[in-house]
Structure formats: C-alpha cells, structure tokens
Design a protein around this ligand. Sequence first.
Ligand SMILES: Nc1ncnc2c1ncn2[C@@H]1O[C@H](COP(=O)(O)OP(=O)(O)O)[C@@H](O)[C@H]1O
Ligand SMILES: [Mg+2]
Length: 326
Amino acid sequence: MRVAVLAGGRSSEHEVSLESAGSVGDGLRAAGHEVVWVELARDGTWRHDGVELALQPGRGLLDVDAVFPALHGPFGEDGTVQGLLELLDVPYVGSGVLASAVCMDKVLFKELMAHHGLPQVGHVAVQEGILDGAVERIAGLGLPCWVKPARLGSSVGIVRVGEARDLEGALQTAFGHDPRVIVEASATGVEVECSVLGPTSAPEASGPGEIVLVKGPGWYDYEAKYAAGGMELLVPPRISDVAIERVRSLAVRAFQLAGCSGLARADFFVDGDEVLLNELNTMPGFTSTSVYAKLWDASGLPYPELVDRLVGIAVDRYADERRHRF
Ligand SMILES: Nc1ncnc2c1ncn2[C@@H]1O[C@H](COP(=O)(O)OP(=O)(O)O)[C@@H](O)[C@H]1O
Ligand SMILES: [Mg+2]
C-alpha cells in the first residue's frame, strides 16, 4: 500500500514526532509499503517534497491508501487531525475524533472511567476563573497532590505539590497551559505500562513493562522520558501475577470504554495487588525503541509487523464505517 506518514506537528512534541515518524516510515518500508512523507511544520503548514499542500475535502491525501498520523499532543493526538482526515475521506491509523479527544482530556477521561467503575486516584477538576469550592475539595485529596493541565502530554506543565502553600503557584503554572486543570491525589507504588492493539471490538494487550526511573526528580518527568538513559523498561515488571492480569484486562477495558481503535498505551500505578489506571495515550511515542513497540516486541510482534497490522486495522475500520448509513 501507499501510506502517508504525518510527521512533526504544532505541539511541543514536534521533535518527538519526527523521531516516531522516521521509525514508522522505516517499519512500513520493511513491511513492503510505499511511504509518502508529509511534514507538518510548527506553524501548522503541511509539506510533501518541499511543496506546501493544498488539501481538498473529499479528495483524499496525495493518492494514498492510508495515513499514519505519527503526531503527539495537541493538534495531533487530540482529535483535530483525525477530524481533518475524516473530511479528506481517507483511512487513518489510530483512534477517531471522539476517542482521541476523550483520551487527551484528563478530566473527561477520568470521569468516563469512573462512571464505569475503573480504579483511579481521586481528582478535582478546576476551570480557570471558576474556583467554587475547589480549594476545599483539593485539600481533601491530601498531600502531595499533582496539578496538571488537562490536555497536554510529556509531563509538560505538571507540578507535584508537596506543601499547601505551593498549590496556588502550581495552579498558575497549569493555567499557563490550559484553562482546564486537574488536581490528583498521589498514587503510590511503581509505574507500569501496557500496549493495546486491535480494532475496538477485539483489542489485545501486550505483556506489561515497568518504568524504572534513572534521571529526573523521582517521577516520570520530561527529562526522564526523553533524556538518553533517562529511564529503563523492565519486562516483565516486578509485580505479582494478579497485578499483571489486572493491568492487562484494565488496559483492554479502558480502550474499549473510550472507543479507541488501532493502538493505545495504557499507563498504571501498581502497589501490591492494587492497580490504578492513570491514562491512555492514543498515539504514544512510536520509535522502535519506544515503550509501546518494545512491549509488543517482547510479546513476539516485531516492529514492521506492528505497523503493518495498524495500517490493516485502519483500512478495515474505514470500510466498516462506510457500511453504516449517515
Ligand atoms: N496522581 C499521581 N500520583 C503519582 N505520580 C503521578 C501522578 N500523576 C502523575 N504522576 C507522575 O507524573 C507523570 C506524568 O503524569 P501523566 O498524568 O502521565 O501526564 P502526561 O500525560 O504528561 O504523561 C507520571 O508518569 C508520574 O510519574
Ligand atoms: Mg503519562
């Protein structure tokens, strides 16, 4: 197939996306596909072979059979690009508009998962300018607590608040990124991640892995995520068999409840047999050495087969959705 790889994008994860997209392109070629590289600049313009693209609704994209949006964060992973690809009328890898947007918004995601009884840390949502009662409710979460912009990623704008007097500053930091903020109670234990792959109707979970922090402040911040040697992935994780099975089944349930498609990385806090869902990333870091791909590799699915499967799922989903009347 002829597959467009979208690379870069407008978010602060632009460089990370270029790395992901480079690997995706290599993997697709290794699987026998033709790759059409489309680079999205920080200013939002799209280029192929140095020429700026003029997109036409209903006309597809550069005659490709499918698109692999290897984009992270706002304007890439949040439903916006997915909406554009829907209007272009082309199959694309990964979740659709709604699931992408839901997983991007930590408040909405937590409330949806809570509605279905999935275990998570306690939280308080705060909208800028509407503080009614929030400070009292935040106090109820205890200390430390975590203050985060609701719709960002890569740990950008997140503050661990250890003392009550630091809460105000942490909220200001988060509001600098997003008028929607979430404050969370602190989880204990280790961080464990699990890769999910498949259509919404039949997703599969990889064996999970444990994040071992090497660099950074003792939590999984930007440096630990992206500095060379910032973290190590331990497969299998040092958790009980009961916890491993909980992680895998919660990963699949969360994927289906959010309506995800194709792929997502599900992240957890695990303490003993207690497993708390942290988040789903609908387009996690996607180099061949990123956690998502490494977990599949350890589960027996090599990178070229992984990207090939994803393109197949995208094409099937496109065909399936067109069987419905609208
Ligand atoms: N409630 C929490 N309890 C303990 N650690 C947390 C909590 N929330 C976030 N962290 C730490 O901050 C990191 C980033 O938070 P996360 O919610 O995953 O944001 P992002 O979407 O930026 O990855 C986590 O991987 C973890 O190390
Ligand atoms: Mg995270």
